[in-house]
Design a protein around this ligand. Sequence first.
Ligand SMILES: Cc1cc2nc3c(=O)[nH]c(=O)nc-3n(C[C@H](O)[C@H](O)[C@H](O)COP(=O)(O)O)c2cc1C
Length: 350
Amino acid sequence: MNTVFSPLTLGPYTLANRLIMAPMTRSRADDSGVPSDLVTTYYAQRATAGLIISEGVFPDASGKGYVRTPGIETANQVAAWTSVTDAVHAKGGHIFMQLMHCGRVSHPSLLADGAQPLAPSAIKAAGQTWTNTGLQDFVTPHALSVTQIGEVIDSYRSAARRAIEAGFDGVELHAASGYLPEQFLSSGTNQRDDQYGGSVQNRSRFVVEVLAAMVDEVGGDRVGIKISPEMNFNDISDANPQETYTYLVKQLRGLKLTYLHVALFGASFDYHAALRPLFDGRYLVGSGITRDSADALIAEGKADAAVFGGAFLANPDLPARFRNGAALNTPDKDTFYTPGAEGYIDYPTL
Ligand SMILES: Cc1cc2nc3c(=O)[nH]c(=O)nc-3n(C[C@H](O)[C@H](O)[C@H](O)COP(=O)(O)O)c2cc1C
């Protein structure tokens, strides 16, 4: 029977265990999207995870949505990420980069020349976002033309290539949490009347084409996807999420992706039971997972691996703590996104 400590093959890799570090934005890059040296230390400290999934990284500057978030577009960004992957690999770990394009929930103050954020449709999100000058209302985004959609897809393709050049073991498409891919998937944010909107087939097209480009560039065994059906974040809503995600996951089969990462936040339907049988790669379950629930999910074959966010953030040695039955440090929310070492690389190990 498998446990959280059983090795797991993932494409060409053998992960040392099934404890996966969730992608977590930590805002420790500079204003040009270059991760600081602290970032190398932070990920190296957590290299005993079976797999680290990096924080969301913008594929190009149009995808940036938060202050001090990193990119994978420029030579300086690639160089800084190379030091991260070298450090993780030197400790025997594995690391994927999460590609995150924020779409409409970005803000002109974060974009080149004060540009409008990009989206499938010109529908403003309700609410506010943190900018360099504090909380500001979301703005009405620019609806991408079909030509511009092609450019964004090319941008993901190039970003996937650069991530591999920077030494990442693979890339994860962030299609969760109300960012650009989910804005295309969801009927509340996608009201296009062309081939990228309307029917579930059309709303899924962007995600499928982005993944196809990434797979073409780096191979399906190095590409995963994260989804979060019914997550009520960034004002995202869909009229029929069960239909949307069932359809989407069926489309993933042909792409031969290495994993599907599903994080549920209070969903009204058992997506894990519905989606897992539709997918032929590894199935990663996240959100609210504990040592006990992870063991149960894996022992019962309901997941191949378990993804931990806050627990890995606050416990660099989480696998050792689980092995020893040790107590866990508590994440400090006040330092999630602040610059500097505090609350980032100073969580104690056992
Ligand atoms: C500080 C912080 C930053 C996060 N940033 C991201 C992100 O960049 N990309 C993403 O997909 N999820 C992000 N998440 C969500 C986590 O990946 C994960 O789904 C969530 O924390 C639930 O898992 P947990 O209950 O184990 O913490 C973030 C979570 C936290 C706590």
